[in-house]
Write a new protein. Structure first.
Length: 113
């Protein structure tokens, strides 16, 4: 089964360059571990939500707005997509994501079309 591990954090939180580099180093290490176990599918950080565009269709009309869908302090900042036997195994991987201790990681099973 595929699981999407969605990483949420405060975008404007003050982080030093050293903290950012350490986070990236830990994420790359996790990618290597997942690849070695055959669990890695994909992972990427996202640009800030200020660069996002939201699209809605209401009453047949297209509405395009700048920014994220929801007004919250934490924004979607990146993801890991993995292969896991079950949700417990996916949660175990999510707990290793560097931003889990500063934000939140949402674990969602992916529906294959």
């Amino acid at each position: 089964m595929k699981y999407m591990l969605l990483i949420y954090a405060e975008e404007h939180a003050e982080r030093s360059e050293k903290e950012r580099q350490e986070c990236q180093k830990e994420a790359l290490k996790l990618k290597e571990e997942l690849t070695a176990r055959g669990q890695y599918v994909a992972a990427n950080p996202l640009h800030p939500s200020a660069k996002a565009t939201s699209i809605r269709i209401r009453d047949g009309k297209r509405l395009v707005t700048d920014g994220p869908f929801a007004e919250t302090h934490e924004q979607l900042g990146g993801y890991f997509m993995i292969e896991a036997k079950n949700v417990d195994e996916a949660i175990a991987v999510a707990m290793k994501i560097p931003m889990a201790d500063k934000g939140a990681v949402e674990v969602r099973e992916v529906i294959d079309f």
